[in-house]
Design a protein around this ligand. Sequence first.
Ligand SMILES: *Cc1c(COP(=O)(O)O)cnc(C)c1O
Length: 264
Amino acid sequence: MKINGGAEPFMVNATAGTTVLGAFDPIEEIADICEKYNLWLHVDACWGGAALLSKKHRHLLKGIHRANSVAWNPHKMLMACLQCCAFMVRDKTGLLQRCHSARASYLFQQDKFYDVSYDTGDKSIQCSRKPDAFKFWLMWKALGTSELERRVDRAFAMARYLAQEIKKREGFRLLMEPEYANVCFWYIPPSLRNMPESPEFWQKLHTVGPAVKERMMKKGSMMVSYQPHGDKVNFFRMIIISPQASREDMDFVLDEIDRLGQDL
Ligand SMILES: *Cc1c(COP(=O)(O)O)cnc(C)c1O
């Protein structure tokens, strides 16, 4: 497979849970193509990887076992203290050592009495580093797999509840059904509700997100982010991760946006 200039692709980076929309690439289909063309398949599951803990939702990452490498951040959905990132490779031939090892004989002796493949020091770019994995290990020990699963399922359920409420309310419009815990929506203030959806309408709607965000921050009531995406003007993106978030909190988010944006 050659493309312009003789450059040759060697890897595909699929995303499981995109940052803005929480969308999942079809890993199984992508893995078929990677296998056919002998391409390295990396799955960026930084955000979406936590769905693997849920029996109900793990199908979103179907095929991830075929990836050559996976990145996952327990510091996101699972709320391990920042930072806690895992980079996993299927390779068992010492790839990371071959890439990063400085072979400092005064540091990483190879003639020890135990299996030195368990020494991780020489696999990474830095030498000294924090034991980030320990935080996740402790958390997993303390909460157990079933509590982590319950939290993930709860985040999904809250996101779905919020999406349903958005569909019921006047002045709120969902961008898409949430696949994960990202709920993306517009708030359309009363002054825009009877306007035709012309370029002027979208231009005005674009200014609503930043204005409401400014007000919520100054009041100190919430922090809900907004952003444009592709050809879509600024919209709110509510992310649900906290196991303490309730339906009442979801209602509050919508009530508060409505209160703050009524006069825009
Ligand atoms: C957050 C995120 C990253 C990177 O996260 P770090 O916190 O910087 O490790 C990568 N990919 C996706 C899809 C993300 O959401």
